[in-house]
Structure formats: C-alpha cells, structure tokens
Design a protein around this ligand. Structure first.
Ligand code: CA
Ligand code: CA
Length: 295
C-alpha cells in the first residue's frame, strides 16, 4: 500500500455534528419500547361472581297496579285512601283552625269529618236543613243556630260528638226537633228558646251533662222535655219558662245536681207541684223558684 492510501484510511472524515443537512432522529417516539406486558382491555378479568340483573330477587310482596284497591265512587281517590269510598263528594279528614260561618256554601265539601277550633254560627240563612254540615264532629267552641226562619231540621248536626262551648238554638220558626244524637255532654250552656214550632227534644237522648245553664224558654209548641231523660248534672242554672204547651217535665227525673238556681214559671199547662216534688230530690246549689207566673 502506498503511503497516501494508508493516510486516508487512518484519518476518518471531520466531525459532522454541525451538519444541518443531517436527518432528524425520527426514531425518538416510534422507537420507545411498547410495554407488551400491560394487559389489553380485552384481557381484564370479568367478575362472573357479580349478579346480573336477572339474578336480583324480585319483591313479589309489592302490589302491582292491578292489586291496588279500586276507586269505588269515582272521585279519583282509591278506596284505601278515601274516607268514604261510597261518596264522591267526600274523601278527606279535616280541621278548621278558626270560626265557621255557615252561609249558603257547603262547608263539608271534600270532608268526611271536620273539627272546628272556633265557633260555628248558622245565622240568618234561608236554609231549610243543615245537611251540608253532616261532616261536623267536633266543635272546640260554641255552636249558634239562630234566626233561620225556614230551617225545618238540624239533623245535619247529629254527628257531633263533642261541643266544648255553649249551644244556642233560638228563633228558628220552622224547626220541629233538636237533634244531637251523639252528644254526651255540652261544655257550656244549652239554650233552646223562641222556636215557635219546636215540638220535641228527642235528639238529646244521649246528653248526660251540661257544663252551664239549661234554658228551655218560649217554645210555643213544646209538650214535654222527653229527650232530656239521660241528663244527670247541670253546672249552671235550670230555667224553664214561657212554654205554654208544656204539660210535663218528668224527663228531668234523673237529674241529681244543679249547681245554680232553678226557675220554673209561666208554663200554663205545667203542674208546678209535681215539678216542685221532683226538684226536691235534686241537690240544688242556688235558689229555687217554681211558680205559675214569673216574678
Ligand atoms: Ca274514591
Ligand atoms: Ca269518596
């Protein structure tokens, strides 16, 4: 070999790092190793122990639509939620926090029972009956029924089981009967006065106690006090006055105590001696005045 050739072979070409014509290192990304040890999604294990939907228990105790009670009266309230499923005008229980002034609207609409925390007043209406009040069961206060000249019956009040206040039945010129069949006591007084055609008190059969006075006055047609036969105690006065057709008061035989005064007068057909004999057997807290005419 010649000396020149040996030199060429022994000296490599100059460093080419600064040679911008050199190709980019395209191996940076594609050359990263692929970790073939990571599991592919399709390699993840399937947990075959988890229940599939069809394995979940079905609660066969829950009622299906076809098991639910039907709406018997068609008011949109199912039989099990409807307080009266035979009456499509009533479906709920209620309490009125306040007074009830009874006019011509129906205060019971929608209610099977209604309790009033206040007074109930039926005054100066043209009503002939009080059937619209047949949901009324409790009055935490007084009840006033007065000056209703067309009112013939108050059977609508016969569902009352509790009246904590007074009761006035006055100036109802067409009324024949007082009806409180389910009322065992009255918290306040009971006035039955100035009812021109009233001829029976039979609807008071269940009444055993009156917290205040009992006043039976100016009822032109009333022949007796039958209906008050269960009464035993009066917390106030007894006043029987101005009932021209009243011929006996024997229904009061069962009364044992009257806390206040007794006044019986101006009842043309009533035998005062027999009334006196009856009252002699009653423990009276106040004075007793029994006479043909009022003092
Ligand atoms: Ca119903
Ligand atoms: Ca109903």
């Amino acid at each position: 070999m010649s000396n020149l050739l040996w030199l060429l072979l022994a000296c490599p070409p100059a460093d080419t790092d600064n040679d911008t014509s050199a190709p980019a290192d395209s191996s940076l990304e594609t050359d990263l190793p692929v970790d073939t040890d990571l599991p592919a999604e399709t390699d993840l294990p399937v947990d075959t122990d988890l229940p599939v939907d069809t394995d979940l228990p079905v609660d066969t105790d829950l009622p299906s639509d076809t098991d639910l009670p039907e709406d018997g009266d068609g008011d949109g309230v199912r039989a099990d939620l409807d307080c009266d499923d035979n009456d499509n005008s009533a479906w709920e229980y209620g309490e009125l926090d306040g007074d009830l002034q009874v006019g011509n609207d129906d205060p019971c609409f929608g209610y099977c029972t209604l309790a009033v925390d206040g007074f109930v007043r039926v005054y100066d209406t043209t009503r002939t009956d009080l059937d619209d009040l047949d949901c009324l069961e409790r009055i935490d206060g007084p009840l006033y029924v007065y000056h209703n000249e067309n009112l013939m019956d108050i059977a609508g009040l016969s569902h009352l089981t509790d009246v904590t206040g007074d009761i006035q039945i006055r100036y109802n010129d067409s009324l024949s009967e007082v009806e409180f069949a389910l009322l065992p006591s009255i918290g306040g007084y009971l006035w039955v006065t100035d009812n021109a055609t009233l001829d029976r008190l039979n609807g008071l059969d269940g009444l055993t106690a009156i917290g205040g006075d009992l006043e039976i006055r100016n009822n032109a047609d009333l022949p007796d006090l039958d209906g008050l036969g269960s009464l035993t105690t009066l917390g106030g006065d007894l006043k029987i006055q101005g009932n021209p057709n009243l011929s006996n008061a024997t229904a009061l035989d069962g009364v044992t105590s009257i806390a206040g005064d007794v006044t019986v007068c101006n009842n043309a057909d009533l035998n005062t001696a027999s009334v006196q004999a009856m009252v002699d057997n009653i423990a009276v807290g106040g004075t007793v005045n029994i006479s043909e005419t009022c003092p």
